[in-house]
Design a protein around this ligand. Structure first.
Ligand code: URP
Ligand code: ZN
Ligand code: ZN
Ligand code: ZN
Length: 461
């Protein structure tokens, strides 16, 4: 037989194996893996790694906030930068702002995703626990294929009390849907922020000192306790430091149903970045905050042991100079008024690869497991997504392990006007990306058009 496309002689990496072979693609699917395969079109991948398309399980794209603002990275822009960085699937967030029902917001967000260049799944945020939301609407969004629910234990507009969190967990258990949690102690942060402001400590670094590891560790412990009480699976989002990971390991060892995610920035940036001159430090304001070099070093053992099992970007598109970005309250605003979050969709794989593989922290198979396979499994997208096998979607990244790149924001062609990694040199870069058998990115040029992406309904359970 002659395949539509053959990717020849690349080093194929999955979560379990690494071997050299040819991949035969027909239409949108991988149909064979073998030797000397014949194709109408042949792509020589000699010297390149062939990875499953990256799956970014936590991205804020075109998300509406309670104050009416919309994240400045929209589906077209964000998914272009995703492709430039080797990601072919995003899991992004439908909001739950006041005044409109949950199902209405889920459906409207899915519609917005019609502009996506890559396939997408949806987490549904839950910010209130009225009867309509809990009893009527959570089952409907679960049924419509939401990948998970997200709740916040902090942020003025979002945080749930412990009682409300328990209500969400009960509803999630009935609908068999995972609940991801932003764990920071709301009252403790309020207390520390007020203290900082009273002392005149308004500079960006106050963001880090007003949300110390204990604030995150306590909330994580409390969230896991609730999970244990209800016997409902949760995921701790964006674990920032080993103090928190240690708490998760302890809960896992007594069989609490808890899994965890971290992000490249907690492994590569530190709280010192918040001390950059003037307003520059605000580029590094995210929650939980960046930690110390020692915390970074301590995180790797939890990635190796599987306590933390997913690497996501927590991409959050706030510009440095735009009207609703970091400077929305002026250049002299105190740290508590700066929107939280950093862009990271495009840089997720190159930055993590460089730190993890060139830094000799984990194996290539671990890299694929953390950035593609486990996210696909956790969100009910596997095995169409997240691996390289006959029957899987032909979402493939040809990755040049020798290519050195100095990161600069222009590479990602995004609406966001900065990257926290500006000037960082990394080795290892995606040179070609296929989505469902179609070339979607080549050598820094986005090919996939807006609207080529599809909504992925999560198959849970
Ligand atoms: O600072 C962050 N992480 N912003 C994005 C929203 C969230 O908490 O995930
Ligand atoms: Zn969060
Ligand atoms: Zn987030
Ligand atoms: Zn505001």
């Amino acid at each position: 037989t002659t395949f539509d496309i053959v990717i020849r002689n690349g080093i194929i990496v999955t979560a379990t194996d690494k071997y050299t072979a040819d991949i035969g693609i027909n239409g949108s699917k991988i149909v064979d893996i073998g030797f000397d395969l014949k194709g109408h079109e042949t792509i020589d991948a000699t010297g390149l790694l062939v990875l499953p398309g990256g799956i970014d399980g936590h991205c804020h794209i075109e998300q509406e906030e309670a104050d009416g603002t919309i994240h400045e990275d929209d589906f077209v822009s964000a998914t272009g930068s995703a492709l430039l960085g080797g990601t072919t699937t995003v899991v992004c967030f439908a909001s739950h702002v006041p005044g409109r029902g949950l199902v209405e917001q889920f459906d409207a967000y899915r519609e917005k995703g019609g502009n996506s260049r890559i396939d997408f799944a949806i987490h549904q945020i839950i910010t209130r626990t009225d009867e309509q939301t809990i009893r009527d609407e959570i089952p409907v969004v679960a049924e419509r294929g939401a990948a998970g629910l997200k709740v916040f234990m902090t942020y003025d507009d979002f945080h749930l009390t412990d009682g409300q969190f328990l209500q969400v967990l009960e509803a999630a258990r009935k609908s068999d849907i995972i609940v991801s949690v932003h764990c920071e102690n709301y009252d403790a942060i309020r207390h520390l922020i007020l203290q900082h402001l009273a002392e005149g400590r308004t500079e960006p670094h106050g963001h880090a000192t007003s949300r110390p590891p204990a604030v995150e560790r306590e909330a994580t412990y409390r969230a896991m306790t609730m999970s244990e009480l209800v016997d409902q699976k949760i995921q701790i989002f964006h674990v920032s430091c080993p103090e928190v990971a240690e708490e998760i390991a302890r809960a896992q060892s007594r069989d609490v149903k808890v899994v965890a995610e971290t992000c490249p920035h907690y492994l590569t940036l530190t709280e010192d970045d918040l001390k950059r001159d003037g307003f520059e430090g605000t580029k590094y304001i995210c929650s939980p905050p960046l930690r110390t070099k020692a915390a970074q070093d301590g995180m790797w053992q939890y990635l190796r042991s599987g306590v933390i099992s997913i690497i996501s970007s927590d991409h959050c598109g706030y510009t440095f100079d735009g009207a609703v970005g970091k400077g929305r309250h002026g250049r002299d605003a105190d740290f508590s008024l700066i929107p939280n979050g950093m862009p990271g969709l495009g840089t997720r794989l190159p930055v993590f690869y460089d730190a993890a593989i060139n830094g000799r922290k984990i194996d290539l198979t671990d890299f694929v497991r953390l950035t593609a396979t486990t996210p696909a499994q956790r969100y009910g997208l596997y095995p169409e997504k997240g691996t390289i096998a006959p029957g899987s979607d032909a979402d493939l990244v040809l990755w040049d392990p020798k290519k050195s790149v100095t990161i600069t924001n222009a590479l990602f062609q995004s609406n966001i006007d900065y990257t926290p990694y500006e000037g960082r040199q990394v080795q290892g870069w995606p040179v070609k990306v296929f989505q469902r058998g179609v070339l979607a990115m080549e050598n820094g040029t986005v090919i996939a058009q807006p609207g080529t992406g599809r909504f992925l309904r999560s198959r849970r359970g």
